[in-house]
Design a protein around this ligand. Structure first.
Ligand SMILES: *Cc1c(COP(=O)(O)O)cnc(C)c1O
Length: 391
């Protein structure tokens, strides 16, 4: 078997698709890191608000560890449900504007748990083609039938809804901010469709939590649609700077998940230091709206700069800004040239993106200084020109 594995790796290598771990040697202020001895502006992190290094989160994590220990000791339904979990879930529900909420160990596990609890064989799930991998894995695990519609294509979705009556349960699932394109789901239209066809709607707000909406609760809050979406999923691992996934919604939904979501039931409760950090992050997000305002403002400038240089940012409307290159090898070359000039950006290749759609993705953070972003933009544009990208 090992021989076969190394052959497969060689094939990946020949297609410029082999991935390797790289050691991050140090995390520095201003959204910088040290990698291979070189200090780089980190444009690959999901720490959108710069909270992962915030002294207040670190202190809260330390305090929670001192009071409760480093581990919860058991799964939630056994004896792992600490007063800390109860408090954070109440805080989270208030933040999301829902009746109740439940925390999972990661966003990945939240998607696995909620989807496989709510649908099963004989049920039908309608999913945007660019949904996150964890949503696909949740659907696969559930045994429900998956009908994928082209990215943001409401006409095709409606076709599929019309052709699939009579199913026990039907559920539409979409990312709210798409992780590889940085664009938004057409949420208002999805809500109208799901109401017309009597289908439930679940949104994954992983990249929107802490970033979009007046209170930072996400796209549903931004559009005033919270009460018209049944299942709100998201994560604390991105803008909220630590770890853990959540589902928020009606009390009955959350009670049901306590009883049926296997990744909740059969896994140890989230550790106290992480909960301390989450609690602190929720407070900061509420009290410091200027962080998300700065992030969105700088992201808009950054996107306009790239588009003005003739680069294709794939309709991004957020802090996630891709630059389409298409070819795998050239995408790697683009990222390597940027790295030589002090910029860390990730080359996204298949299977993360469709074949022929390879790109370099830039993720902005409130930790980045205005001046650093301006310089990064200049470097990206001149490097793209040098490679013959754009107009
Ligand atoms: C990152 C991400 C997840 C998984 O969240 P983790 O907390 O990192 O496990 C789920 N959905 C989307 C859209 C994501 O971007």
């Amino acid at each position: 078997m090992l021989e076969q594995l190394s052959q497969e790796l060689a094939v990946l290598e020949s297609q410029a698709l082999r991935r390797r771990l790289q050691v991050l040697e140090e995390v520095l202020p201003g959204g910088r890191v040290r990698l291979g001895g070189q200090v780089l502006l980190n444009l690959s992190s999901n720490d959108y608000l710069g909270l992962a290094q915030d002294p207040r989160l670190i202190k809260a994590a330390q305090a929670a560890a001192a009071r409760w220990g480093t581990g919860a000791g058991a799964s939630r339904l056994v004896v792992g449900h600490l007063a800390l979990h109860e408090a954070v879930e109440a805080h989270l529900a208030a933040f999301k504007g829902t009746e109740a909420a439940v925390i999972f160990s990661t966003g990945y596990m939240a998607n696995l748990g909620v989807i496989s609890a709510l649908v099963g064989p004989g049920d039908m799930v309608f999913g945007d083609k660019l949904n996150h991998a964890s949503i696909y894995d949740g659907i696969k695990l559930s045994g429900a039938q998956l009908l994928r519609f082209p990215h943001r294509d409401l006409t095709r979705l409606e076709d599929l809804l019309q052709k699939s009556p009579g199913h026990r349960r039907r559920l539409i699932i979409t990312d709210s901010v798409f992780s590889v394109d940085g664009d938004l789901a057409p949420l208002a239209e999805l809500v109208a469709l799901k109401e017309r066809y009597g289908v439930a709607l679940m949104i994954d707000e992983a990249h929107a939590t802490g970033v979009l909406g007046p209170r930072g609760a996400g796209l549903a809050e931004a559009l005033g649609l919270t009460d018209r979406v049944e299942i709100h999923m998201g994560t604390f691992s991105k803008a909220l700077g630590s770890l853990g996934g959540y589902v928020a919604g009606d009390r009955r939904l959350i009670d049901y998940l306590h009883n049926r979501a296997r990744s909740f039931i059969y896994s140890t409760a989230l550790a106290p230091p992480v909960l301390g950090a989450i609690e602190a992050a929720l407070s900061i997000v509420a009290r410091e709206p200027q962080r998300r305002a700065y992030l969105l403002e700088e992201s808009e400038k950054f996107r306009w700069g790239l588009m003005s240089a003739g680069l294709d940012t794939l309709g991004s409307e957020t802090q996630i800004v891709p630059v389409l290159v298409r070819d795998n090898g050239r995408t790697l070359e683009f990222a390597a040239l940027l790295r030589q000039q002090g910029l860390m950006a990730v080359a996204l290749r298949p299977p993360t993106v469709p074949p022929g759609r390879a790109r370099v993705r830039f993720s902005l953070s409130a930790a980045h200084a205005r001046e650093d972003l301006r310089r990064a933009l200049d470097t990206i544009i001149s490097t793209a020109r040098q490679m013959g990208l754009g107009g």
